[in-house]
Design a protein around this ligand. Structure first.
Ligand code: TRP
Length: 454
């Protein structure tokens, strides 16, 4: 069998192409924007530590489950559940994935739009030399409170996403991811080195990397696991859908390993840029600053304005951020698009356009919730949508995927699928334990904790 065996649906050009596309889906705002925010909100290093364990033991486990289900069925989530357990309620899990995909896209797209706006700010030299934390905050607040600008930027993201998705699998996503993901990587390492050499970087690093174990609690655990799912694009059928375009020759285990590794590395580096930079500002006191949605957009302009050649790096950084973001919005739109194409026989183009419009409408309150409309601002629409779709939607999605694989499809069948392209699965026993017991039990406990807290 070769890579083009199912070319009517589309297929990846190679294993490396798949890893880059999947890493492209994984690496995005979750790493650069949400991860530092979660670290800030959940006690710093203790979150970092817990999140890494969550990636290794739970994120990887469920990602491999998605890969196996996706490649086995070669379908979108609804189709996949239906193919393995036809005529059962399992397909509702697929519908949950489709709905959550659209839900996340609708507010993720707004923030992705901010990246568009900041790209133009960088080009026009809006980050003049030596911005203080407060200047940077004011620029951000004014920007996000302007409805016109925010809607234009949000639309730019959705139009680009719809355009590329309507072109199919190989043409757009693959080419972009292969060239631009490594470039993002090099740049982020460079910026991390710069941040580490800022005067006073140590204070930030201590907050970020020196865990205070007494701060560990159920909330930290919950957000660490939810963040692992979000950052890895796991729990929502996105990896399932991407894997549905894979060939039987590819090694699912090592692919999942690489995607988890790259994604975590980028998140850690993003924190290494953000925290030292943040704490070089004397106004910031560890434990007292508020990590809100603007963290990244306030810190980056600040570090850029303080470094030699900051203009050029600013333009490069926001260009690459845009690309990272786009490769992620693509995968969010791909899930419902694949559903309409496979199940309802829509054309890709029609599906992408209709879904893009839907995401725009659902995203309106989020777009206006950062100063645009007082009521939405007061409700904190963005944080609430984040909670509903990411913290709850994806966590429940991940639970259903694990339970489905372990108890409905069966670990034996999944292992047979995994064995194609990988004859020796070294961590087999561990994975079986994790997918059958650890992942479902931990997720159920988390859901109980969270229902009690909120
Ligand atoms: N993982 C992406 C990020 O870190 C976000 C994302 C893209 C996503 N596609 C997804 C999250 C699908 C869940 C499901 O930015």
């Amino acid at each position: 069998m070769d890579y083009h065996e199912d070319s009517a649906r589309g297929a990846w050009g190679s294993k490396i192409a798949f890893i880059f596309a999947a890493a492209g889906s994984a690496i995005g705002l979750g790493n650069i924007w949400r991860y530092p925010m979660m670290v800030g909100l959940n006690g710093g290093a203790i979150f970092v530590f817990t999140n890494i364990l969550a990636v290794i033991f739970i994120g990887f486990t469920v990602m491999l489950a998605e890969f196996a289900i996706g490649r086995h069925t070669r379908k979108n989530p609804v189709g996949a559940y239906n193919a393995i357990k036809p005529g059962t309620h399992w397909k509702l899990s697929g519908y949950l994935n489709v709905a959550v995909g659209i839900g996340i896209l609708s507010f993720y797209g707004v923030i992705a739009g901010w990246a568009v706006g900041y790209f133009f700010k960088a080009i026009t030299g809006a980050f003049r030399r030596d911005l203080s934390w407060f200047d940077s905050e004011a620029i951000f607040k004014n920007f996000t409170a302007d409805p016109l600008v925010v809607f234009v930027c949000f639309s730019v993201i959705l139009v680009l996403t719809v355009f590329i998705i309507s072109k199919g699998i190989k043409g757009g996503i693959e080419k972009w991811s292969k060239i631009l993901m490594p470039a993002l990587f090099i740049l982020i390492i460079f910026l991390a080195i710069r941040a580490l050499t800022l005067p006073g970087a140590g204070r930030g690093l201590a907050f970020y990397l020196n865990p205070d174990f007494s701060k560990f609690n159920g909330t930290v655990l919950f957000f660490a696991v939810a963040q692992a799912f979000f950052s890895l694009s796991v729990g929502n059928g996105a990896m399932m859908t991407y894997a549905s375009y894979l060939s039987k020759k590819d090694n699912l285990v090592s692919s999942a390993g690489w995607v988890c590794f790259f994604d975590t590395l980028v998140a850690i580096l993003a924190g290494i840029i953000i925290f030292p930079t943040l704490f070089t500002s004397p106004e910031i006191v560890p434990g007292e600053f508020v990590a809100d949605t603007g963290l990244m957009f306030q810190v980056f302009p600040m570090v850029l304005s303080k470094m030699p050649g900051g203009y050029v790096f600013g333009v490069m950084f926001f260009t690459l951020l845009l690309v990272a973001v786009l490769t992620s919005t693509l995968s969010l739109l791909e899930v419902p698009t694949a559903f309409l194409v496979d199940e309802k026989k829509w054309t890709r183009r029609k599906a992408a356009i209709v879904l893009g419009a839907l995401a725009f409408i659902i995203g309106i309150p989020a777009a206006l919730s950062n100063g645009g409309v007082k009521l939405f601002t007061k409700w904190g629409v963005m944080i609430k949508m984040d909670f509903i779709f990411i913290s709850l939607g994806m966590t429940i999605g991940a639970l259903l995927i694990s339970v489905f694989l372990a108890y409905a499809w069966g670990v034996k069948n999944a292992l047979k699928e995994i064995s194609f392209g990988n004859s020796r699965f070294k961590l087999k026993a561990l994975w079986i334990f994790n997918i059958k017991y650890l992942a479902p039990v931990v997720i159920v406990i988390l859901l109980i904790i969270i229902i009690n807290i909120f």
